[in-house]
Design a protein around this ligand. Structure first.
Ligand code: 5AD
Ligand code: SF4
Length: 628
C-alpha cells in the first residue's frame, strides 16, 4: 500500500525557519526581547501542540511567560470537545480586550481544535476584532508565517482551511516537564463516534514514521526523561495508513526495547482496535506501564451502537478479562458519557453495572454535550438536564467508592514509583499503574524511581513513605555467607522469589523452590561462594558466584533481591561489588529477571552477549553475557 500521509517537505519547513530567524532579527533590531504567553485547554494532545508552539516562538526570539498581562503575544490553544470548554474560551478571549488595551502592542492568536470548525473560527473572527491571528491544528507548523503577517505586514492572519493534515517532522519543542515527555505518534481520527467532534477538527488518521518516533524517544531518554507517554486520538490504529506492516503493538515493543531507565505509557485506545497482541506486548515488556486507558462510553449495547462504537458490552468485557488474566496487576481507567440522546434509565443502569463489574481505578465521567455537526446532535434528547445531572452524580458516587476501596487495599504494600514533582511541601510520584502518591522526601528524589510503602489512601491519591532503603543505592557490600548462615540465606532466596513463582513455573531450577539440601551441597563446592548483599548493615538480597578455575563451568551468578528492595538498583550494585572481588565474568540473564526494567542491565554495564543461549523451555532462555 502506498503511504498516504505525506510529510511536509524539508523545503517548506526550512522556509518557516527562515521566517522565524527573520522575526527574531526584527525583534532584536528593535532592542526588545519579546515574551509570549501560551494558554492551553483540553487534552494532552493539545498540551503537546502547545509545546511545539512554544518551541516555534522561542525560535522567533520570544521568551516565555506565565502571565497574559503585559505579554507581547498571547496564544490561546482551544478545545472543542464539549460546549462548556468552548464557552469558556469565548469568555476568556473576550476578556483579553482589556489586557490588550493596557498593552497596545500586544498580539493575540487563537488556535487549536475549536478553530478547526469553520463556523466557530468565523464567529471568533467576527466577534473579536482584537484577535490578530486564527489558525487550526493543521496550520500550526506555519506559525512563523502567521506571525510575520501580523507583526511585519500589520495584517490579520487567518489559516483555517481544511487540509489532509500532512505531518511536520522536526518542529522545535519546548517541553514543560523535564521528567515526563509526551510524544505524538499519530494525528486525527477515523472513527466518527456519533457524539464526537474530533474527526471534524483534527482530520483523518495519519501516523508518524516509526523511525522518527524512535529517534525522538531515544533522544528523550538520552536527555534523562524517565516517562514517555505516546499520544494519539486512537493509538491502536497506528500504522494502518503507513502500509509498512508496523502496528501499534510493534511500535510499543520497539520503544520498550530502547536502552535506559524509563517507563512507557500510551493513550488513548479505542476498544474496537485494542488487540490481544497489544496486551501480550505490554505483558512481555517491563518498561511498559501496566496501565490501560480504555474508554467504554456506555455499558449498553443499543447506546454503543447509536454512538457508532463498533463493539458491544461483551466484547469490551472480554478485552478487560484478557488483560487481567495476562497481567493481574493491570490498572484500567476509562471515559464514560452519561445522558447520550435517548438514554433510558435502564440503559444508564447498564453503564453503572459495567463500572461495578470492571471496577476501574479511576473514571473520567462526562455529561453528553451536543456538538453541532455531529450525527448525535440531530437525535431527539428528551431527558431533562436535572435527570442527567442525577445520573452523573450517581456514577461519580459509585466510582468514588470503588476508587477508594482500591486505594485502601494498597495500604501496607511496597510499590515502585517515579517521583515527578512537588505539590506544596510533599513530593508527588506515580506508581506503574499511574496512581498518584504523595510523600515526604528530599527534592533530589525528583526524577528518580524509588520504592515507597503505602501508609494511607484516599479516593484520589495514596500517601507513601520512603522505605528505609527506598532511595537508589549506588554502593552495596557483599558479605560471604558462613555455614551457619545458610538457612537464613535459603529463606531469603525463597522469599525473594515470592510472587515470581508463576513466571518461573516451568523453570526446572526454580531457585524459589529449591530444597535446603541443594544450597548446602552447593556451599560445599570449592568454586561456589554465597554472599549476602548488604546495604549498610541490612541484607537486601543474596548472590551466588560460581567460579570454576579451569573454566569448565559456566560462571552463572544468580542474584536474588528481596521483594521490598527490588528496583532500587541493588542488582546492579551487587554486580559491581562482585566484579571488584571476582573480576568481570559471565552473567546470565535469568538472574535479574526479578527486577523489572533490568533486562538491559548487562548492556548498560558494558557487558556484551556471548551469543550463547541456553534454552530452558519454550518460555525461557538463558542468555549469556561477558566483559573482558
Ligand atoms: N459530550 C460529552 N463527552 C464527550 N466526549 C467526547 N465527545 C463528547 C461529547 N460530545 C468524551 C468521551 C471521550 C472523552 C475524551 O470526552 O468520553 O472519550
Ligand atoms: Fe483534545 Fe479533542 Fe479537545 Fe481537541 S477537541 S483538545 S483533540 S479533547
Amino acid at each position: 500500500m502506498e503511504r498516504k500521509t505525506p510529510l511536509i517537505s524539508q523545503e517548506d519547513l526550512r522556509r518557516q525557519e527562515e521566517i522565524s530567524d527573520y522575526i527574531k532579527g526584527w525583534w532584536q533590531s528593535q532592542g526588545v526581547t519579546p515574551v509570549a504567553y501560551v494558554e492551553t485547554y483540553g487534552c494532552q494532545q493539545n498540551e503537546a501542540d502547545s509545546e511545539q508552539i512554544r518551541g516555534i516562538l522561542e525560535r522567533c526570539g520570544y521568551g516565555l511567560t506565565d502571565q497574559a498581562e503585559g505579554a507581547d503575544l498571547i496564544v490561546i490553544n482551544t478545545c472543542a470537545i464539549r460546549e462548556h470548554a468552548a464557552q469558556r474560551v469565548f469568555g476568556n478571549v473576550g476578556a483579553l480586550v482589556h489586557t490588550k488595551r493596557r498593552h497596545p502592542g500586544q498580539k493575540i492568536f487563537v488556535c487549536g481544535c475549536m478553530m478547526g470548525k469553520p463556523e466557530i473560527s468565523e464567529r471568533m473572527k467576527k466577534s473579536y476584532p482584537h484577535v490578530d491571528g486564527i489558525f487550526s491544528p493543521h496550520h500550526l507548523w506555519q506559525l512563523p508565517e502567521h506571525l510575520y503577517r501580523v507583526l511585519i505586514r500589520h495584517r490579520k492572519a487567518y489559516a483555517v482551511e481544511d487540509s489532509d493534515g500532512a505531518i511536520a517532522e522536526g518542529l522545535p519543542v519546548v517541553r514543560t516537564n523535564t521528567i515526563k515527555a509526551w510524544v505524538s505518534i499519530m494525528y486525527g481520527c477515523n472513527n466518527f463516534c456519533s457524539y464526537c467532534i474530533v474527526p471534524y477538527v483534527r482530520g483523518r488518521e495519519r501516523s508518524r514514521l516509526p523511525e522518527d518516533i524512535l529517534a525522538e524517544c531515544r533522544d528523550l531518554i538520552a536527555k534523562g526523561y524517565k516517562e514517555i507517554t505516546l499520544l494519539g486520538q486512537n493509538v491502536n490504529s497506528y500504522g494502518k495508513d503507513l502500509g509498512l506492516g508496523v502496528d501499534f503493538a510493534d511500535l510499543l515493543g520497539q520503544i520498550a526495547e530502547l536502552d535506559g531507565d524509563f517507563i512507557l505509557r500510551f493513550m488513548t485506545s479505542h476498544p474496537r482496535d485494542a488487540s490481544h497482541k497489544l496486551f501480550d506486548t505490554m505483558a512481555s515488556h517491563d518498561k511498559i506501564a501496566k496501565q490501560f486507558h480504555l474508554p467504554f462510553q456506555s455499558g449498553n449495547d443499543r447506546i454503543l451502537k447509536a454512538m457508532n462504537r463498533h463493539y458491544d458490552r461483551a466484547q469490551y468485557l472480554s478485552l478487560i478479562e484478557y488483560g487481567r488474566k495476562l497481567m493481574p496487576e493491570i490498572v484500567f481507567t476509562s471515559d464514560v458519557i452519561v445522558g447520550f440522546p435517548g438514554e433510558t434509565e435502564e440503559e444508564f443502569e447498564d453503564t453503572v453495572s459495567l463500572i461495578e463489574q470492571v471496577r476501574y481505578e479511576a473514571l473520567f465521567t462526562f455529561i453528553y454535550s451536543p456538538r453541532p455537526g455531529t450525527p448525535a446532535a440531530e437525535l431527539p434528547d428528551p431527558t431533562p438536564k436535572e435527570e442527567k445531572n442525577r445520573r452523573f452524580d450517581r456514577l461519580l458516587a459509585v466510582q468514588n467508592a470503588i476508587s477508594e476501596e482500591k486505594h485502601k487495599a494498597l495500604v501496607g504494600k511496597t510499590l515502585r514509583v517515579l517521583v515527578d514533582g512537588k505539590d506544596g511541601d510533599k513530593l508527588t510520584a506515580r506508581t506503574d499503574g499511574g496512581r498518584l502518591v504523595r510523600l515526604d522526601g528530599e527534592d533530589d528524589l525528583i526524577g528518580q524511581f524509588i520504592t515507597v510503602t503505602i501508609t494511607d489512601a484516599t479516593t484520589w491519591s495514596l500517601v507513601g513513605a520512603l522505605t528505609p532503603l527506598g532511595k537508589r543505592m549506588d554502593a552495596v557490600t557483599l558479605r560471604p555467607a558462613a555455614r551457619e548462615d545458610l538457612r537464613t540465606l535459603w529463606e531469603m532466596q525463597i522469599e525473594a522469589f515470592s510472587g515470581l513463582l508463576e513466571k518461573y513455573r516451568d523453570y526446572e531450577t526454580n531457585p524459589g523452590a529449591e530444597p535446603f539440601e541443594k544450597v548446602l551441597a552447593r556451599f560445599e563446592q570449592p568454586w561456589t561462594v554465597y554472599y549476602f548483599i548488604m546495604a549498610g548493615d541490612r541484607p537486601v538480597g543474596v548472590i551466588r558466584i560460581v567460579d570454576k578455575k579451569d573454566g569448565s563451568r559456566k560462571r552463572i551468578a544468580p542474584i536474588f533481591i528481596m521483594p521490598e528492595h527490588r528496583n532500587n538498583g541493588f542488582a546492579q550494585a551487587a554486580i559491581r561489588a562482585a566484579e571488584q572481588i571476582h573480576g568481570p565474568r559471565h552473567w546470565s540473564l535469568d538472574t535479574i529477571l526479578q527486577e523489572p526494567g533490568n533486562l538491559h542491565l548487562y548492556e548498560k554495564m558494558g557487558y556484551r552477549r556471548t551469543g550463547q543461549i541456553e534454552r530452558i523451555n519454550d518460555r525461557m532462555d538463558i542468555v549469556f553475557y561477558e566483559k573482558d
